[in-house]
Design a binder for this molecule. Sequence first.
Ligand code: BTN
Length: 273
Amino acid sequence: MTHPSSTVASHTDWSAAIRPRARIGHTIEVHESIGSTNDRARELLADAGGDGGVVLAEAQTAGRGRRGRSWVSPEGLNLTLSVAVVPALQATHAWQLGLATALATLEACARAAPDAGLGLKWPNDVVARGGRKIAGLLLETVMSGDRMTGAVLGIGINANWRPEDMPTEFATRAASLASLAGADVDRVALLDRLLDALDTEVMAVEAGHSPLARYRRACLTIGQEVSVDTTAGLVHGRAVDVDAGGSLLLDGPGGRVALSTGEVVSVRPETPA
Ligand code: BTN
């Protein structure tokens, strides 16, 4: 069901992606324009039946990215949404929800561009072979003691944004599914697959099945020489693994370090053995 009145429909009919009998996507609230879908999804967390509700926008006026950045996306071309989840999860397992959301986003994107060699850049970007960013995730959580009482899974996917229309600063490091697939992507089908994959992934985490092994296989960062921007500054080294808590393990000049947060800002070509 699309949300009434204040949420004005886009020109796209999103109703085919509603999943009335499923948990994730039983309602899809469509906004022509909103500040941030994450903020609206956070409000849904307080509503009865808010669990699994989706907020989708054709445009955001204050879209947020990770680490205080803004998220820029042209109106009506991409997929910009947030999912409200009231997870049955301990706070110590919160990181698994991030990995699971990344895997679901990757699966949906890979169906749209199967030959693009898509994978994950730690912690949760979907990137093309060569590293151009296709999708980003912003997860916001609400904790109460040792329980996670709410989560907002914010997802932005570059679907039909043409590289020639991207601002110069993005064009060198971003791509879209359409540019990789060579044809426009059906955004409703993309949303449908994403919600289906999220439903499976979220419930698997709640049932105690860690996504870590599958995440490691999908993570293109592992094995690369990287620089990671952290709150303590840039850290350089070879990414060797993601540990049992979701941290990136780097072998650097000072030995092995585990990074729980950060942004991989550069990847250096493999040095010959
Ligand atoms: C990143 O890569 O920095 C994360 C980007 C997350 C963007 C999405 S778009 C939908 C949702 N609403 C927001 O304000 N941000 C997320």
